[in-house]
Design a protein around this ligand. Structure first.
Ligand code: NAP
Length: 313
């Protein structure tokens, strides 16, 4: 089968399409014929030696990718049978090996693809909305009526975050550039703030929860509009300093970094939201499998609106 390996860490040119053995399923695993893959910033970061590179650098060959939608061709699990259409985030933050025509995955990291969406929309709705669910529900426990501020509201994570926060009953304020204002509002934000409009940003108050999906502001800056007892979760700043923590604590604010983890249970929840049209994937651009390097170059612009997807077969 065809798969992309990382020749050595560096630019998108390091992605090399090669022929390797098709994987086989062990107990409680399935083999999936890949239909679509979604591309995340962590794919490009890992390719150039950041992201989760240090955790998987000894794997050989190194095959990037975690987000898949496809069809089960072999099953050693009671959860799925051959022919089932499934989607999920495979083995994150480990070695996902999704940039391939066939992928082996733990069955309990997957769920059935809703019949009302295609494989591209399903592949998109894996790592990004899983992150939002684990952040907003499991970690922040967002309640109806709370005021939620989302930095990076137009991106892959942000556009699901806006929809999910709205679904949870929050009052949602989305921050993005002016050109993406209509998109952010269309996803359900009650208010939009342009990120260069410092006076409007400084006027914000009474925020119960901040999602930082950008990483440019430190916790001290992010905490300015947050109420006592409020929460800040950054999915980008893995290195919150003791000084930032002390500042947050002095204002009775909880600040932390959260890293998404594979979960078939959470994927089941996401599938339900997609099935009921409570959330929808916005696909910015679909690339062919042969254009993987171009898909990486797009995600590296930092200007993607919604998700980048690669179609496989
Ligand atoms: N910890 C975790 O588990 C986890 C999970 C998922 C993602 N992440 C990280 O979260 C970050 C976002 O991921 P993503 O998939 O959403 O990326 P993405 O799709 O590439 O985000 C692109 C979006 O970011 C917006 N943006 C750029 N600078 C901004 C700013 N200063 N203020 C507000 N918006 C800004 C852009 O909007 P404009 O074009 O309008 O500027 C664009 O729409 C990445 O660093 C990623 O690695 C972490």
């Amino acid at each position: 089968m065809k798969a992309y390996i990382v020749k050595s860490i560096g630019t998108a040119d390091q992605l090399q399409l090669v022929d390797i053995e098709k994987p086989v399923a062990a107990n409680n695993e399935v083999v999936i014929k890949t239909k679509a893959i979604s591309i995340n910033p962590v794919d490009a970061k890992t390719r150039d030696g950041r992201g989760v590179y240090n955790w998987i650098k000894d794997e050989n060959p190194l095959i990037l990718g975690w987000d898949i939608s496809g069809e089960v061709t072999e099953s050693k699990s009671p959860l799925f049978k051959v022919g089932d259409e499934v989607f999920g985030m495979v083995n994150f933050p480990g070695h996902g090996k999704v940039y391939a025509e066939y992928v082996v995955a733990k069955a309990d990291e997957l769920t059935l693809k809703p019949s009302n969406i295609n494989h591209e929309e399903a592949a998109a709705a894996t790592l990004a909305p899983l992150t939002v669910w684990q952040v907003m529900v499991d970690n922040a426990g967002i309640k109806a009526g709370q005021r939620v501020l989302i930095h990076g509201a137009s991106g892959g994570v942000g556009h699901y975050a806006t929809q999910i926060a709205r679904h949870l009953g929050a009052y949602v304020i989305g921050v993005s550039s002016e050109k993406n204002k209509d998109f952010v509002l269309a996803n359900g934000a009650h208010e939009h703030v342009e990120y260069n409009d410092l006076s409007k940003l400084n006027e914000l108050t009474n925020i119960d929860f901040v999602l930082d999906a950008v990483g440019e502001k430190d916790i001290t800056e992010l905490s300015k509009p947050v109420v006592r007892g409020g929460k800040i979760i950054s999915i980008v700043r893995g290195n919150i300093s003791e000084e930032e923590q002390a500042h947050a604590k002095s204002k009775d604010i909880e600040a932390k970094f959260v890293l998404v983890k594979s979960s078939g249970n959470d994927m089941g929840t996401i599938a339900g939201l997609l099935q009921k049209k409570i959330i929808k994937s916005h696909i910015f651009q679909v690339f062919d499998f042969e254009q993987m390097a171009d898909a990486h170059r797009q995600i590296e612009t930092g200007r993607t609106v919604g998700k980048v997807v690669v179609k496989v077969q």
